[in-house]
Each structure stands twice: as C-alpha cells, then as structure tokens.
Design a protein around this ligand. Structure first.
Ligand code: V47
Length: 403
C-alpha cells in the first residue's frame, strides 16, 4: 500500500484547469527530458505521431508520466472509476495454444473444465448478496461448444440476476461463435444481445504484429481480424474495450503500431471505452523464461497509452495484474480506472499473479482514496452508480449502490 496522502483531493469535478505555474513546471520537466515539442502538442491537444510515441517509450518516465497525468486530469480531474464485478471463465479448454497463456488446457487434460450454463448461473447467484453490476465472462476457445451453448450461457446468467450487465466474449471468442453459428458476425450479434450480451471486453488483441503472432500465438486471429471484428461489434451498437499484452517479445515500434491501429479504428467507430495494457505474467506458461515487465514498464505503458490514445476516454490500471501500489501510482500516470472487485480471477492467477483473487468494494474505495483520487463507482458503460465526491456527499446526493 502506498503512503496515504495528507492533502484533500484537489478537485471534485471531473475536469481540472491547471494553473499557469503547473503548466510552466510541466514544460520544464518535458524540456529536461527532451520532450518540449511533445509537451507543446499535448498542451495544444494535438495528436502525437508514431515517432513521438517511440520517443515516449525511451524518455524519462517521470516526464512522460507528468504529461500523461496532465491529460488524465484534463479529462477526468481527480476522479478514479471502479465497478463491482465478478468474473466467470466458463471453460479453460482452448485450441489456440498461445505460448504466453497458463490458463489453457487441452480437451481431456488434467484440470480441464467446462461449465454448463447452470454452473455459470450458480456463480452468479452465489454473489446475489453483493452489489454486483457486471459479469466479465471470457474463456478459452473450446472446439466442441456449439452456438446454442453461448446463447444458453447468456440467458442463464441473465435469468440468475436480471439487472447484471454481461460483458462477454473477446473478439477471438466472437470469431469462434460466428463460425459455430455458420452466419456472419453482424447477424449473430443481435441474437447474442437478445440473449443478454451487453458489451464486449478488450482481450485477445495481444500485439497486432504478425511477427509476434507467428512466434507466440500463431493459431489465433490476426491483428487485422481482431480489428475487423471490433469494427463489426461497434457497428452493431455495442461498446468494447481494447488491450495490448506487453512485456514479452514485442518491440517498441510494434507497441506504437498497435496503439496507432487502435486509435485509427476508434476515429472510425468511437466504440472503444477503455484501453487496458495487460502486463505479461510468465509463470507456468511456455514463455516462463521471459522476465515480464517491471513496475516501471507498467507505469510507462499506462502513460504512453494515455498520451497516444487521444480518442479513447478511459485508461485502466487493472489492479489484479499490477501490484496494488503500482495501480495506485498509475492513477497519477494517466490511468483513471482500476477495474473492479473481480470475484474469482483465474487467468492471471494460473500465471503466477500474487494479488488477491477479489477485493471488497470498501477496500477498493480506500485504495483509490489513499492514492489521492476521488472514487466513483461506475457501471460497465460508465454511468455513475455512486460517487465518493465529497461535495455530492455533503449535499446528500449519493446514488444508492445498486443491489
Ligand atoms: O486476452 C492471457 C491476456 C487477456 C496472460 O475488457 C495474459 O475490461 C498476461 O482481456 N499474462 C484476458 N496476460 C483478460 C482481458 C481483460 C482483463 C481485465 C479487464 C478487461 C476489460 C479485459 O489476458 C487475454 C490475454 O491477452 N493474458 N495470459 C498472461 N500469462
């Protein structure tokens, strides 16, 4: 846990206007890091180039973080978002054989499991006493699951808790579901929505580089395919998140290219809500020899994401993946979201994550306050469920926590 701040959060609104002295300080910090021209673009809200992006990966971290924090506060002030969610990983059977993944099992392998829709519903009813608003439901690509299974899964979860928002199926799963349905995804999506799908998570993007794909996840859809599926999802009126798996064998230029491709699709669809850099956890994977990213790399990834993705509203520091103190620090390096209570995380805990598998809502609120930010509970699509904004609290305007 990082040191508690002794000052009150600077702002209770969702955007701050920096003083001329803080802008002068920002310019000085940027100048010392040879980023004066980048700072001028950031201050003028101009788009950064790919070359700027590559420089941000090599420049002094604190200068990059200060620039990202400026953008974060311009957009969100001191607010930091979280939600009350639970994860359901309905199967760990997967035929994609990604070398970075410790979660996957082959059909019949020890430890392989598939939940029935009823099993998944039981996971939901087990949390009915908690104020859960979202289920994050993703899994491996099980070759034998038929289209009807996915529809039944959505229906069972929705029936177990009708108020829940189902954020489910990565672009990789959607590709498989459409293949099983033997219909174009554009025709499948309305049926999934009818069954209960609310939005789509950001996983499965890895790094769009073909070089990296050939070496580490050659059976998975390509970057172009991931982006095409995201486009179809957004055109169907669904929001999604987006991710980049970093800290393995990818180069700086491949990361910048990935961010640029996300940014270009977002210009077209405006469908991405949140970008989440996913820190590679090597344990128990075929890439266990790769050291994975350091805390410094994680903070930089958050900051560069905030600066390059000028058209994506939110940047998430996923606390499960980063140590909690790093996620807290990330709230001053560009991030404005920490994800949620995450009951029963499996993917990263199979890969050696040492963070807890869930957290109580009150603890999450305290982590955010201890980082000097104002906690705001959101639903999946960023409607405010509860605000820790003290001026609202004084006015008695807290929205009730959804049950
Ligand atoms: O697609 C798998 C990654 C992703 C490992 O949308 C690994 O709100 C690190 O996408 N080390 C799934 N990463 C998780 C994901 C996600 C998480 C939280 C929030 C949201 C959101 C999305 O996890 C996979 C893959 O890219 N992954 N194995 C590993 N060993």
């Amino acid at each position: 846990m990082i040191q508690k701040t002794t000052h009150a959060p600077r702002s209770t609104s969702n955007a701050t206007t920096p003083s001329s002295s803080s802008i002068a300080r920002l310019r000085a910090v940027a100048e010392r890091a040879d980023l004066a021209d980048v700072a001028e673009k950031v201050l003028a809200k101009e788009r950064l180039t790919l070359d700027d992006g590559a420089r941000l990966y090599r420049a002094d971290l604190h200068a990059v973080g200060a620039l990202a924090n400026h953008v974060r506060e311009r957009l969100h002030g001191d607010l930091a978002y979280f939600n009350v969610n639970q994860h359901v990983n309905y199967t760990n059977v997967c035929n994609k054989l990604c070398r970075f993944c410790a979660f996957q099992r082959l059909p019949g392998q020890a430890g392989a499991y598939v939940m029935t829709p009823e099993d998944a519903a039981l996971k939901i009813t087990a949390q009915l006493d908690e104020p859960v608003t979202e289920v994050h439901m993703v899994a491996g690509i099980h070759p034998k699951l038929e289209y009807g299974y996915y529809l039944d899964l959505l229906r069972a979860v929705k029936k177990a808790r009708p108020s829940i928002h189902i954020k489910a199926f990565t672009m990789v799963e959607l590709d498989q579901i459409a293949k099983k349905a033997k219909k174009p995804l554009a025709e499948v999506l309305p049926e999934l929505v009818e069954a209960g799908l609310g939005s789509v998570p950001g996983g499965g993007a890895e790094v769009f580089s073909e070089r990296v794909r050939k070496l580490t996840y050659h059976l998975k859809i390509s970057g172009d395919e991931w982006l095409a599926i995201a486009r179809t999802v957004h055109r169907a009126g669904l929001k999604s998140n987006c991710t980049m798996l970093h800290g393995h064998i990818e180069t700086i230029e491949e990361r910048v290219d990935h961010l640029d491709r996300l940014r270009r699709l977002q210009d077209e669809t405006h469908g991405f809500q949140t970008y989440i850099p996913l820190s590679f956890h090597p344990d128990h994977s075929e890439m266990a020899h790769v050291p994975g990213p350091t805390a410094v790399d994680e903070l930089r990834e958050i900051a560069v994401g905030r600066l390059m993705l000028d058209n994506i509203p939110h940047i998430k520091a996923y606390w499960i993946l980063m140590d909690v103190p790093i996620a807290q620090l990330a709230l001053s390096y560009g991030a404005d979201d920490v994800d949620g209570t995450v009951v029963e995380e499996k993917i990263y805990h199979e890969a050696g994550a040492t963070t807890p598998q869930k957290v109580q809502r009150a603890e999450l609120v305290q982590w955010i306050r201890d980082a000097g930010r104002v906690p705001v509970e959101r639903d999946t699509v960023y409607n405010v469920v509860w605000s820790g904004d003290e001026s609202l609290a004084r006015a008695g305007e807290h929205a009730p926590v959804a049950g």
